[in-house]
Design a protein around this ligand. Structure first.
Ligand SMILES: [Fe+2]
Ligand SMILES: [Fe+2]
Length: 264
């Protein structure tokens, strides 16, 4: 059974990888219209971009810790390597926008990044099943965040460079979500109750990486809420609901499993 699951994960990875190579690769320098950048950015937008960049900067922790958890699974380990490459471009492109737009100087951004990297991200859950469920929600939520920021940024200043960068990032995050979501479905085919139990646990304890990593998350969370980019209500309506639908899980089934299995 386990060997079959791993073969399926490997097939899932190959499908993901070839699709990404054929349709989703982009270039940080060439695919963003940097020459058209608006050089008087809105400060609130700049603050949100800087915090999203900070979250993307925990790449060494995300890649090393998740890779260690799934190292014996070729499909999942190779995916993590490819995922790391794609995520590495996210902080780069956001950083370029911040400095090229004049929102922050290079020195300011270096000092900020030193402070960010002095902290460490830790796995939110211990098992591969719980972590793949967590990352399914987290990737979807991240794409919702980038789309929300893009919508607000376009209303404020219509910067073509930021518009394109956020479009590319949201598209990558959706690609990541697809892989993780399809992976959760593989686990469901093996043991649906176990997945329902873990789903209940993750939904009830979910926290975005920023909530555990950003020291002044209160102010950041307030700004995201004020700008209509992200809050608890948006999480339930625009993340939990569509992700459950994509997994083919009804909220009644989840509730019933919670009572039956005594999960969180
Ligand atoms: Fe990302
Ligand atoms: Fe991602």
């Amino acid at each position: 059974m386990l060997a079959q699951l791993e073969n399926q994960f490997h097939d899932l990875y190959l499908e993901y990888f070839h699709k990404a190579e054929a349709h989703r690769r982009w270039n940080v320098l060439n695919d963003v219209p940097w020459a058209d950048i608006t050089t008087t950015p809105n400060e609130e937008i700049a603050r949100v971009v800087q915090t999203f960049m900070a979250v993307e900067m925990y790449l060494p922790d995300y890649t090393s810790k998740i890779m260690h958890l799934v190292r014996s699974s070729r499909g999942r380990a190779w995916f993590q390597a490819n995922w790391g490459y794609e995520e590495s471009k996210h902080s780069l492109v956001l950083e370029l926008w911040i400095t090229k737009s004049g929102a922050r100087s290079v020195d300011q951004i270096r000092a900020f990044q030193d402070d960010i990297l002095s902290r460490e991200w830790n796995l939110h859950y211990e098992t591969p099943l719980e972590m793949i469920i967590y990352t399914t929600f987290q990737e979807f939520a991240t794409s919702v965040n980038y789309r929300g920021l893009r919508r607000v940024a376009m209303q404020q200043s219509a910067d073509p460079a930021l518009d394109k960068a956020l479009t590319l990032l949201a598209r990558d995050e959706t690609g990541h979500f697809e892989f993780f979501k399809n992976g959760v479905k593989l686990f469901m085919d093996v043991d649906r109750d176990r997945v329902l139990e873990a789903l209940n646990k993750v939904i009830h304890t979910f926290r975005m990486p920023a909530q555990t990593l950003i020291p002044d998350f209160g102010a950041h969370g307030k700004l995201l809420k004020e700008l209509g980019i992200f809050d608890d209500r948006i999480f339930l309506r625009d993340v939990v609901r569509p992700v459950l639908k994509a997994l083919g899980v009804q909220s009644e089934e989840l509730r019933e499993a919670r009572h039956r299995l005594g999960a969180a």
